[in-house]
Design a protein around this ligand. Sequence first.
Ligand code: FEO
Length: 396
Amino acid sequence: MAKKINDKITWVGKVDWELKSFHGNELSTRHGSSYNSYLIRDGKTVLIDTVWLPYDKEFVSRLKEEVDLSSIDCIVMNHNETDHSGALPELMREIPDTPIYCTKKGEAIIRGHYHQDWNFVNVKTGDKLELAGGTLTFIEAPMLHWPDTMFTYWSGDGGILFSNDGFGQHLASESLFDDEVDRDILFHEAEKYYANILNTYSPMVARKVKEILGMNLPLELICPSHGVIWRKEPVSIVEKYLQWADSYQEDQVTIVYDTMWQSTRKMAQAIACGIREAAPSTTVKLMNAAKDDKNDILTEVFHSKAVLVGSPTINFGVSYAIAGILEMVHGLRLKGKKAAAFGSYGWSGEGVKMMSESLSGAGLEVVDDGLRMLWVPDDAALKECVNWGRQFAEKI
Ligand code: FEO
């Protein structure tokens, strides 16, 4: 159902309460999500973004209840990943000649997805579309997080930034605004979103956020394409983005491990004790790569100043779950984090060296050669693990 944001802007998106994973199965979504689409009626009628393909018919049918489709003057596509452009074909069947405002890359992506010769209008940073009470200004934001991404700013009613994925959260809510949902969950979901989707492109994020702040635009609301609208001090999420984009870390160590017969788990727990002994104020979290959610693990790694990775040596390598986590860590392009590896072994024992090399290749600073334990650690070996944890804490 459509929801009024103010006299001129109406939310016409879709709340997806049952979404459990996003980007295929690359990203878990614990609290569902939404695909936000906005209708501006300000002299002209402008639709900003659509929704994901499975909801295309529902979207168009509900949009018809809200507005005569033939009165839509143009569609602005800020970003054309399928979760936002999926309903375009259904909509364009009804209004085939309606101009689609998007970046040049956006046009290429829409053409590549839907193979239609629609009425594209390419826009770039600074281009404007005059409405009655305010002006729409387009701001390209390449790699936040796709090459086609742009933001659209409407100068009416105190200023509204339509930021698409930027400042988004995978959070289903019947409430439209940030001040109507649990703030801890909101910021956790915003951080998880940033860590897993945007962190790879942090240098571009920092540049773009500073550019927008430098424009000194009045800002009443930030309307992202997922989750709730930032109404209560919208600048707070902008400032968070500047922190997250700048080698973000808290006083936390995350130990990610996998285990076959509990030896590497025992090592992980003893190492955690050692870190706590040496650094009592440091938060230490243990996560089993095979049991805990991969994106929750990445979020904790993003949140940490250091990460320890443990796996037994298996078939001259490391466990499937640890290999997957290391691959994902590599893609995040984390900066300023320290790391080391540990694990049990029975004969060849190269797992620790391989994990250390992988961490180093992912851009983490490996501060120790790693700790290996043959077979099952006894009391003396576990004391060695505690001591190693203590030494690691002193190196970070
Ligand atoms: Fe929400 Fe990049 O799509």
